[in-house]
Ligand binder design. Sequence first.
Ligand code: FAD
Ligand code: NAI
Length: 478
Amino acid sequence: MSKSFDVVVIGGGPGGYIAAIRAAQLGLKTACIDEAARPDGRPALGGTCTNVGCIPSKALLQSSENYEHAGHQFAEHGIQVKGLSVDVAKMLARKDKVVEQNNDGITFLFRKNKVDFFHGRGSFTGSSKTAGADGIEIAVAGKSAESLLAKHVIIATGSNPRALPGADFDEKSILSNTGALAITEVPKRLGVIGAGVIGLEMGSVWRRLGAEVTILEALPVFLGAVDEQIAKEAARVFAKQGLAIHTGVKITRVTNKQTITVEYTDSAGVAQSATFDKLIVSIGRVPNTAGLDAAAIGVKLDERGFVAVDEQCRTNIANVWAIGDVVRGPMLAHKAEEEGVAVAERIAGRYGHVDFNTVPWVIYTSPEISWVGQTEQQLKAAGIEYRAGVFPFMANGRARALGDTTGMVKMLADAKTDRILGVHIIGPMASELIAEAVVAMEFGASSEDIALICHAHPSLSEAMKEAALAVDKRTLNF
Ligand code: FAD
Ligand code: NAI
């Protein structure tokens, strides 16, 4: 006998678990299926983000930054540190604890919101198509083997790391994000393929802990999606920190023996070779539909393997929706969450909306990089007239007190209407500062609106106000 639900969510990552909670809050009888397990077999709810993504990477970024501060920055504050050392095992154990707290938090939230959780793999079955008025059939295989009937299904099965041809992940020498977050000893020579978000974040962690880090990037430009002025500043700062970033390379061969040798041609087309103790491959991610058996019900995938959806996250099959990394759009936890909420609202007959133009991006390096809206190069390409205001953290009192004056806030506003079109930050706490820009853009604010708002002194947020003033060429502190 199948168990019936209004909504069954397949996948308990940030997209799926949030969708399930919101659906349950809206009075819908909701189940969530997730197959991830901890080493002892308990559920590991939270998806890539919680287990091998956002949360553990930020835990290690924090630990490694603390170490770097103690080794290099405390002295200028008059604090002497003797006998500084890293206990990698302890650092990893702390990271694992942070992850577990998040896993348990989601289990608690499911209980609190009355979401039924099934631990196992969810797949459409041959009879999904004909289940008809009673719903769509989902088989759960694994710990809680069951047959479920759903009026609506939300696919939230996420993504997996893309492997480099000829260099399969073994998670010992050639590492995906999973292995990169669990290196037990600081490698002497760490190679990273791909200077994207993971490459820069994980490269920063292991560089701070003492590895020599070389990053090999295929594209000729560094951080091509980032505003050029910000990307240029980032390249300068990262080079100064000791991250060796080579752009325009073409990997020709990877040999994984005692050590890993990467053969490649450099930007001038000259053959090169580099040997590493560990190699992180971070060249993007691919949608995960393995195990879902989408074909059993006829759910269409696009040419790149993503579940094909319309703007509202509807698939080609009535009452089957898909959200998060498994569909088009940025692979970000908060984008997955927003889509999850919007779909739950739509299923409940309410209004749901996600504005892709105001989805913020953050790269958690030091300095952090964040942005929302359009870059200067995008505005130029679109022929939109704009005014730009830039304010350097060097001229911000709080940044000086923190001893962290690298970078700037840059605001781009429409030349005629003054509406904010984009905000780009490189600098301390850029991840937090960007929130003001997101709010401003959601409310259709002008740069003058931000310039007229009272910002606390001394605070980093004053740099946002000053960047807004800079749009009108009237900064007060620069
Ligand atoms: P996922 O989180 O991938 O979750 C999918 C879940 O579905 C998994 O638990 C999986 O086990 C389960 N599943 C799959 N198939 C089935 C099935 N058939 N049956 C049952 N269960 C199934 N994003 C940010 O916004 N900020 C960050 O700082 C950030 N840092 C990151 C760092 C790293 C190293 C990585 C790899 C990613 C990071 N991301 C970050 C991206 C973020 O993790 C993803 O965008 C996000 O997890 C996508 O959420 P999702 O719910 O779509 O899928
Ligand atoms: P990415 O798309 O950010 O970067 C991949 C990089 O690899 C690109 O610069 C690409 O040009 C390069 N590349 C591709 N093929 C290559 C090859 N053969 N040789 C050399 N370089 C090659 O992907 P990444 O870093 O793997 O991360 C995946 C996704 O996870 C991100 O796009 C992001 O959506 C998410 N993420 C988000 C984070 C955040 O929000 N702070 C942190 C980490 C990941």
